[in-house]
Design a binder for this molecule. Structure first.
Ligand code: AMP
Ligand code: TRP
Length: 344
């Protein structure tokens, strides 16, 4: 952090799109770490970013269901909605308002360089929504609206968090203020990039057409075990060092998943399984994954039976988020020269 940063108290913000069921990638790259941060006692704010989800088409009824399901996943995984703030983005209108201001700070060229934009818009960028292009500046608004200092994310979001820093720095510079923090991405642990179970060169994703490519947090014990047993691998036994996994993406992925689930390092895992084949390693991984994930699926099911309670929790979280966001939005608008003469 730069010398100007100490005035910002440590605060964590992160978000997940409710655009499909959550996967093991979301769990290890994000959710599990969100819980660890909460349990370290840092102020934590977690958001289901429904405004980001609609940058690509979402069926309205499904979006509502998926938002509740994602909230249930957070709580089932260990987020305590009393200690953390848990809410859906669209209930705090300041996100969209600050997003607009930051659209006027960010540059087209910066957005054009975002690899996720290039991947998602594909060859037909003309047909992508304007929202998809502006997506990273709304993400910067999510973070800066709370003066968040740290953002736990998976590897794929690093570029977006760096862009958030560029936007904050340009705002501070253009208006001659030291108002927004230069937020740090937190990318830690053995599984910051969980790969597809069918192709070790592709990210595990909720939008992959093949269900066998991922483990969903809603999968039951049999499904989890079966998908891991069928995961693509090579025929070699496991090496004794992490370096030996270098050209073996599928093997490396399974070792990383094991390490992240067990709370160990990949080096410890290969040291234990050195010389063992996948006939031994996969069943051990399946047992571990079932032990860690099946209780989450069960708890999610229980929570989903009471959608009104989930909506109440999200509403309460939004109220508490709004209390932090409103003064920061108001100050931003003042800095930019907007008249603020309405009575509160
Ligand atoms: P998304 O599902 O794109 O909204 O991602 C939500 C969070 O999960 C972000 O922090 C991502 O970086 C993380 N994430 C998504 N997929 C993976 C993956 N395959 N491996 C690690 N982290 C992931
Ligand atoms: N773009 C993130 C993703 O797809 C989700 C997100 C939106 C986010 N706003 C955020 C993550 C703010 C961290 C902080 O994974």
């Amino acid at each position: 952090m730069t010398a100007a940063q100490p005035k910002f108290t440590p605060r964590i913000f992160s978000g997940i799109q409710p655009s499909g069921g959550l996967t093991l990638g979301n769990y290890l790259g994000a959710l599990k770490r969100f819980v660890e941060k909460q349990d370290e006692g840092i102020e934590t704010i977690y958001c289901l970013v429904d405004l980001h989800a609609i940058t690509v088409w979402q069926d309205p009824a499904r979006l509502r269901d998926q938002t509740r399901e994602a909230a249930a996943a957070f709580i089932a995984a260990g987020i305590d909605p009393k200690r953390s703030i848990l809410f859906n983005q669209s209930q705090v209108s300041a996100h969209a308002e600050l997003g607009w201001v930051l659209n006027c700070v960010a540059r087209m060229g910066w957005m054009n360089r975002m690899t996720q934009w290039k991947d998602k818009a594909g060859k037909d960028a003309e047909k992508a929504s304007l929202g998809l292009f502006a997506y990273p500046s709304l993400m910067a608004a999510d973070i800066l609206l709370y003066h968040a200092t740290m953002v736990p994310v998976g590897e794929d979001q690093k570029q977006h968090v760096e862009l958030c820093r560029d936007i904050a720095a340009k705002f501070n510079h253009d208006y001659g203020v030291d108002f927004f923090p230069l937020t740090e991405p937190l990318i830690e642990g053995a599984a910051t990039r969980v790969m597809s179970l069918r192709d070790g060169t592709k990210k595990m994703s909720k939008s992959d057409p093949s269900d066998a490519s991922r483990i969903n947090l809603t999968d039951d014990a049999d499904t989890i075990a079966q998908k891991l047993r069928k995961a693509r691998t090579d025929a070699e036994p496991l090496p004794g060092t992490v370096a030996g996994l270098k050209h073996r993406p599928e093997a490396r992925n399974l070792v990383n998943i094991y390490a992240a689930l067990a709370g160990r390092t990949p080096a410890q895992v290969v040291a234990e399984y050195e010389g063992k084949g996948f006939g031994t390693f996969k069943p051990a991984l399946a047992d571990l994954a079932v032990a860690k994930l099946a209780p989450i699926a069960t708890e999610m099911k229980r929570l989903m039976a009471d959608p009104a309670e989930i909506d109440r929790i999200l509403g309460d979280g939004a109220d508490r988020a709004d209390v932090i966001a409103q003064p920061i939005l108001a100050r931003t608008l003042e800095i930019t020269g907007m008249i603020r003469s309405r009575k509160p």
